[in-house]
Design a protein around this ligand. Structure first.
Ligand code: HEM
Ligand SMILES: *[C@@H]1O[C@H](CO)[C@@H](O)[C@H](O)[C@H]1NC(C)=O
Ligand SMILES: *[C@@H]1O[C@H](CO)[C@@H](O)[C@H](O)[C@H]1NC(C)=O
Ligand SMILES: *[C@@H]1O[C@H](CO)[C@@H](O)[C@H](O)[C@H]1NC(C)=O
Length: 518
């Protein structure tokens, strides 16, 4: 017994001593950059639980915004963990450092192991690097040009008019318990039409079409919400609860819908007279034999890319719109400014045209401010492929260089950057006007940047601008009054309505709104 005990103690001591020297060496290499130590790392186990200082960094560590940078007094700090191995993750909220990283794909590639969950249906543009990524980008990018932008604009108008005419009708007041219930379907319908040429109406698809157990939007909704379970749990566990069973069915259904989408389009393209410029066509063309050689897409790559476009283009935009609407309902003065702009640019209540996009300056500013405060993708992972340094402005305002050893993980900390008071005065205040005139472009990263930046940026922006003008020209939007919240202060109300939960993207908890006809 005693020998066992002394053995355990010896092993523990050796472990501590070994770790101590290892850590001292690491700290020397990184020139004692401020560290946030926890036992478990953010990407591993530690990212699954609530925050316990020195043990778990917390599930929502990214959403503490600038707090950790401020506490450690540096716009770059290292999230350091002891288990399972000593690991370092450089957290970046400095615009110059971030510019350096996004400016060099070869020196700072994506850590593909973190993107494995996106590979379920096949390899794709988001979860790849190097030549494979180049090939996907080359195939997909032509779909996101001028003709498609116009299509996005027109389809957004069509989808919202369909909602106004056929769902909301002539009611003077419409109450929505959670605005997400409007924008999840709306963005799905727009994406479906503008990227995949598949029109869905608000009143369609109440029941699954024949041969299906779920509607397309139902299946996609469940998959995008719960899909991490499917990645984490083994297959046999997928029948343990109702929710998991449903998730399993949703995956099968989504696959079937994607196969149908491909088959329909192949069938239709044969009789098409007009050429099509949407995404699905570009992807399908790339599957044809005549391209030959390496550029040909396999069936699995086709599915992988369709899935990732559905995922990337849907929830991100829906959540952005939710937060923009919540902010405007909380700040009626800003809402009035928006209304004034709409009345000036679109007199007599006419619909916005694609040519109006750049004249709606304040509308654009609102969108940017919503994306600054609630960037849907709240951390972008990279790693360093070589021993290097990153430039940073230190707290005395001097330029310094932070050494980054080869193999270090790096996180572009979007909320940290977006709430960095050096670039955004009074960062917690909703102030769209900060985006009028000159603003610090390098301190704004909702769509990432460089060659790996979001391919759908213009798509999302145009869609959001149309939505903002159409809803706010017709309705005054307020937070729904509810008896259980009658006594709360403005600050409490703001906190409740803007509450978020960390999911695939930053997700609003519940935004109850009332739309009153103007
Ligand atoms: C407000 C809405 C959106 C936001 C905030 C957003 C944000 C982002 C971010 C941060 C990335 C980089 C991800 C990474 O490095 O892992 C990204 C990549 C991407 N996004 Fe978006 N996105 C939005 C809408 C869209 C839409 C509507 C589409 C398509 C219709 C789209 C398609 C893509 C694609 C294909 C990539 C991968 C690009 C590449 O790796 O080459 N996104 N997006
Ligand atoms: C980087 O992160 C991965 C997990 O994503 C981890 O396995 C690896 O040890 C980390 N590397 C360093 C140098 O911390
Ligand atoms: C292809 O389209 C034709 C009519 O345009 C239809 O009759 C046929 O069933 C379709 N085939 C498939 C496989 O969808
Ligand atoms: C900032 O950097 C300068 C130059 O290296 C250095 O003299 C100064 O002490 C640094 N300030 C802080 C707060 O670390």
């Amino acid at each position: 017994m005693q020998t066992l005990l002394s053995l355990v103690v010896t092993v523990c001591c050796l472990f501590v001593v070994q770790r101590y020297f290892q850590i001292r060496k690491i700290l020397q290499t990184i020139h004692y950059q401020p560290c946030d130590w926890t036992l478990f790392s953010r990407t591993g186990l530690g990212g699954r639980f609530s925050r316990i200082p020195f043990i778990f960094p917390g599930r929502d560590y990214q959403w503490r915004k600038y707090q950790d940078f401020s506490a450690l007094g540096s716009d770059i700090f290292v999230a350091a963990a002891l288990a399972p191995t000593v690991s370092l993750n450089f957290q970046l909220a400095d615009p110059d450092a971030i510019k350096e990283v996004i400016g060099s794909r070869a020196r700072f590639p994506k850590p593909l192991e973190l993107y494995k969950p996106l590979l379920f249906f096949g390899d794709n543009i988001v979860a790849s690097e190097h030549n494979e990524w180049k090939r996907y980008r080359k195939i997909s990018a032509p779909a996101f040009t001028e003709p498609n932008n116009k299509l996005v604009w027109d389809e957004t108008i069509r989808v919202i008019n369909d909602l106004f005419d056929n769902v909301w009708g002539n009611q003077d007041e419409i109450t929505v318990d959670h605005i997400l219930e409007v924008f999840m379907p709306a963005t799905l319908f727009i994406l479906s039409a503008a990227a995949f040429g598949r029109h869905i109406a608000w009143n369609d698809e109440v029941l699954p079409p024949s041969g299906h157990q779920m509607t397309f939007k139902g299946a996609l909704y469940i998959v995008s919400h719960d899909y991490l379970f499917k990645m984490i749990l083994p297959n046999w566990a997928m029948v343990l609860t109702q929710r998991l069973k449903k998730l399993n069915v949703a995956f099968d259904e989504l696959e079937r819908y994607m196969v149908e989408m491909i088959r329909d389009r192949k069938n239709r393209t044969a009789d098409d007279i007009e050429p099509r410029y949407d995404l699905l066509n570009g992807l399908l063309d790339a599957c044809e034999d005549d391209l030959g050689g390496d550029s040909k897409l396999t069936e699995r790559e086709l599915m992988g890319n369709i899935f990732v476009f559905l995922l990337a283009g849907h929830e991100t935009t829906a959540h952005t719109l939710c937060f923009a609407f919540a902010l405007l309902a909380l700040y009626p003065k800003e809402q009035e400014k928006l209304y004034e702009e709409i009345k000036t640019v679109l007199p007599d209540g006419r619909l916005p045209t694609y040519e109006d996009a750049n004249s709606l300056v304040f509308t654009n500013a609102i969108l940017n401010e919503a994306l600054r405060m609630f960037p849907p993708v709240n951390g972008i992972p990279k790693f360093s492929a070589e021993d290097t340094v990153l430039p940073m402005t230190n707290s005395s305002g001097e330029k310094v260089f932070v050494p980054v050893p080869k193999g270090s993980n790096i996180t572009l900390h979007t909320p940290g950057l977006h709430y960095n008071p050096k670039y955004w005065p009074d960062p917690h205040t909703f102030n769209p006007s900060r985006f009028l005139g000159d603003w610090p472009r390098d301190a704004f990263l909702p769509f990432s940047g460089g060659v790996r930046s979001c391919l759908g940026r213009r798509f999302a922006e145009l869609e959001s601008i149309v939505a903002l003008t159409m809803f706010f020209s017709k309705y005054r939007v307020e937070i729904k009054e509810e008896p259980q919240f009658a006594g709360e202060t403005f600050e409490q109300k703001k906190e409740r309505v803007l509450d978020t939960m960390p999911r695939l993207t930053i997700t609003p908890v519940r935004i109850p709104l009332v739309f009153k006809r103007r």
